[in-house]
Write a protein that binds this ligand. Structure first.
Ligand SMILES: C[S@@+](CC[C@H](N)C(=O)[O-])C[C@H]1O[C@@H](n2cnc3c(N)ncnc32)[C@H](O)[C@@H]1O
Length: 215
């Protein structure tokens, strides 16, 4: 009897400790991301460079001028480029350090941008508000699905990130890599203007530009 009583007590304590760890992990997941990215960006060097991704620069003529939202802007290589091309740019990111560097890059390029520190896991996008929504190397599938509603009619998304072929070249978690044709599938209700699966033997990623239909 005594043994069963002790066993129950130990099991209860074990369960409480387990629940405590699960809970603290759940509530601290975002501050961990924020700290991790703030630490990464705490260097003079621009980790992702100061130039836009080639896919954006090559296709800039397709994008409708106006309000552009740079999702997970980081140090601003793409958003600042859009500002130099006459777009009114707002950048969102969880890392204030990254956005601070984005403002430095904007000043260096004689443009201004707006930025907002947000957790995209919980942030709500304004409906029918943007001419361009850009999202590069940030994978959040449920958020991708909300881009269409946030675009103005005729507005365009530009999305690029690693795909599953990238796993040949780097240790990378498969769940963060795009599946074959995933971007085409996610944005199937938009008009696809450009799409590529890029693979140069070192890196592999997919890129898309697609337009929200006008009524
Ligand atoms: C690989 S970097 C890409 C930065 C930028 N888009 C580029 O291509 O240069 C990923 C970015 O996502 C941001 N990030 C990660 N988790 C986030 C979250 N929950 N909410 C907002 N931003 C987040 C990081 O701070 C980081 O700047």
């Amino acid at each position: 009897m005594e043994f069963i009583h002790n066993y129950k007590r130990i099991a209860t304590v074990f369960l409480i400790v387990l629940l405590f760890f699960c809970f603290t992990n759940m509530v601290s997941a975002r501050p961990k991301d924020k700290d991790r990215w703030n630490k990464k960006y705490d260097t003079e060097i621009f980790l992702f460079g100061e130039k836009p991704i080639p896919f954006l620069a090559q296709n800039i003529h397709l994008l409708p001028k106006g309000k552009a939202l740079d999702i997970a802007m980081g140090e601003g290589r793409n958003g600042v480029y859009l500002a130099t091309q006459g777009f009114e740019v707002t950048g969102l990111d969880i890392s204030e350090k990254g956005l601070e560097k984005a403002h430095q890059l904007a000043t260096k390029n004689n443009v201004t941008i707006k930025t907002q520190v947000v957790d995209l896991e919980t942030f709500a996008l304004e409906p029918n508000s943007y001419d361009v929504i850009l999202c590069t190397y940030y994978m959040q599938r449920d958020l991708y699905k909300k881009f269409q509603a946030a675009l103005k009619p005729g507005g365009m998304i530009v999305v690029e990130t690693y795909n599953i072929d990238y796993l040949k070249y780097a240790r990378f978690n498969r769940k963060w890599a795009l599946e074959t044709n995933e971007l085409l599938d996610t944005f199937k209700d938009l008009r696809v203007l450009r799409y590529q699966d890029y693979d140069d033997g070192k890196e592999a990623y997919s890129s898309i530009i697609a337009q929200k239909p006008k009524p």
